[in-house]
Write a protein that binds this ligand. Structure first.
Ligand code: GTP
Ligand code: MG
Length: 219
């Protein structure tokens, strides 16, 4: 049996408290050459359409209208850069697995997302968002393997936890963990969030703050 091992961005023990004082939209595009200069740490949010990527960015930045959200899947179509505290970037990406766009458009999406993921030199960590209400889905599991095989560090974020009862939460995570351990040596760092209740915000921001201390892209 072949187990994947990837250089996960570990959870650090030292406590760093991060507050978002400023969050500004910088640019949207499909061309990585037009992304901002790669001189600051960058954290990308990816996952199936409608999983709550844009909502989570708004929740983290205390700004309901920073990233565009919609109840219909397929809202985010571009690579969107947001500059946080003039110090690091959050990146909102289109969802994968959105059936309603035609094949051609979907291929285009996939091309620019994979180009972004494999060539963006300051991409510090990818957050893979997983809808906590559903059983492990092949498309998410495959995407994480795709990242692992390319050595792209990632962590998992379970979303929409407000939709689950307390007992269901543990079960859902356990089930996911069992599925992950079929291919991975260990469970990646993971976070439990709700953009409605704000759960998980502090933990996620502090995690980013810790990683920020370990990287330097300024030269
Ligand atoms: P695409 O841009 O289409 O890929 O979707 P997305 O992943 O950015 O999802 P988005 O943030 O637009 O949210 C999709 C829907 O889920 C919206 O109706 C949100 O209000 C809802 N939603 C997002 N996060 C949560 C959450 O934590 N709890 C609940 N109950 N609903 C959420
Ligand atoms: Mg979106």
């Amino acid at each position: 049996m072949h187990y994947l091992n990837c250089n996960f961005a570990k959870k650090y023990k030292k406590k760093i408290v991060v507050k978002i004082k400023q969050a500004e939209f910088v640019i949207s595009n499909t061309d990585i050459r037009l992304c901002p200069e790669p001189n600051m740490p960058e954290y990308a949010f990816i996952g199936r359409s409608n999983v709550g990527k844009s909502s989570l960015i708004n929740m983290l930045t205390n700004n309901k209208s920073l990233a565009k959200i919609s109840s219909k899947p397929g809202k985010t179509r571009l690579i969107n850069h947001f500059l946080i505290n003039k110090d690091w970037y959050l990146v909102d990406l289109p969802g994968y697995g959105y059936a309603k766009v035609n094949h051609n458009a979907r291929d285009q999406f996939q091309k620019f997302i994979s180009r972004y993921m494999t060539t963006r030199e300051n991409l510090t960590n990818v957050f893979v968002l997983i809808d906590s209400r559903h059983k492990p889905q092949e498309i998410d599991l495959d995407f994480m393997i795709w990242l692992g095989e390319r050595g792209i560090p990632f962590s998992m974020i379970f979303t929409k936890l407000d939709k689950l009862k307390k007992g269901e939460r543990k079960k859902a995570i356990k089930l996911y963990e069992a599925e992950m351990l079929k291919v991975w040596e260990e469970m990646p760092p993971y976070f439990i969030t709700s953009s409605v209740s704000g759960e998980g915000k502090e933990e996620l921001l502090n995690y980013i703050g810790e990683i920020n201390q370990t990287v330097d892209y300024s030269v």
